[in-house]
Design a protein around this ligand. Structure first.
Ligand code: NDP
Ligand code: 8X3
Length: 250
């Protein structure tokens, strides 16, 4: 029986690469994001390999999130795998000069958005007594770095929520996992620096992780036998030792 995965943030970076990886294995896909034209392009590319449905909603909007997930057609309604990936950083500023709109965006998307999507999907998993939830955290969820304040807080929250989910969903046999990457070359820095040229320098002088590296790890996690749950995984590019130590050849 084919499994169905719902992936948030599937229009770019890690989420899009995960959609491509899962399609190779014939997993049915519910791809989510706000940029419909991108969802359409990815759907068109992957439909040769598997069945794909797209959902356009902003995870910050609770009603939109519930309405979108509740509107899934019969063939896509039963979600076996939830990849909570939508998220981003907004700004890199000391706490004293941080922008409150940036703070709102990070808490609303990375924390509350993840909760809304999970709340919309979990009841069917508890009912079936099966399911697998992968939350994309970050090395920033394990370590705070200068000017990372609120982004790091949002990712620490993702780890706390992951642990809470694993405990509460344990009686139902639902697997819960956090995958925590270090530097991955995606649109992340374009978003964080609002298109500023500084974004171009983030991945220069070393080989950053590629979104496909994380996608392969996500597939590894979801393809373990029933009795194996990868609970928490930290992955860096070889050039990175921690949030502030990156070996660059510039
Ligand atoms: P990208 O910017 O490439 O992708 C972010 C994705 O999130 C997009 O598909 C975007 O879709 C979606 N998204 C953003 N805001 C919203 C929203 N309000 N509602 C719905 N979807 C939204 O970044 P990454 O692929 O790098 O990021 C994916 C995850 O990985 C994030 O949680 C990030 O924190 C985490 N991460 C990234 C690292 C990195 O170095 N790149 C390292 C560690 C963790 P759209 O705009 O179409 O809505
Ligand atoms: C993304 C990695 O180091 O920019 O979560 O916070 S970092």
């Amino acid at each position: 029986m084919k499994k169905t995965a719902l992936i948030t943030g599937a229009t770019s970076g890690i989420g899009r690469a995960t959609a491509h990886e899962f399609a190779k294995y014939g997993i049915n896909l519910v791809l989510c994001g706000r940029r419909q034209e991108r969802l359409d392009t990815i759907q068109k590319a992957l439909e040769k390999q598997t069945d794909v449905h797209t959902l356009n909603f902003d995870v910050r909007d609770k009603d939109e999130t519930f309405n979108a997930i509740n509107s899934l057609p019969e063939d896509f309604k039963s979600i076996d795998i939830l990849i909570n990936n939508a998220g981003n950083a907004h700004g890199l500023d000391p706490i004293q000069t941080g922008n409150t709109d940036d703070w709102d965006a990070m808490m609303d998307i990375n924390v509350k958005g993840l909760l809304y999507v999970s709340k919309a999907v979990i009841p069917q998993m508890t009912e079936r007594q099966s399911g697998h939830i992968i939350n994309i955290g970050s090395s920033a969820g394990k370590e705070v770095y200068p000017k990372g304040n609120v982004y790091c807080a949002s990712k620490h929250a993702v780890l706390a929520i992951t642990e809470g989910m694993r405990i509460d969903l344990n009686p139902f046999g639902i697997k819960v996992c956090a995958i925590n990457p270090g530097l991955v070359e995606t649109e992340f820095s374009q978003v964080r620096f609002k298109g500023d040229v500084v974004a171009d320098s983030v991945y220069k002088g070393y080989k950053a992780l590629q979104p496909e590296d994380i996608a392969e790890i996500i597939y590894f996690a979801i393809s373990r036998p029933t009795h194996v749950n990868i609970a928490d995984l930290l992955v860096f590019p070889t050039a990175q030792a921690n949030s502030t130590t990156v070996k660059k050849n510039l």
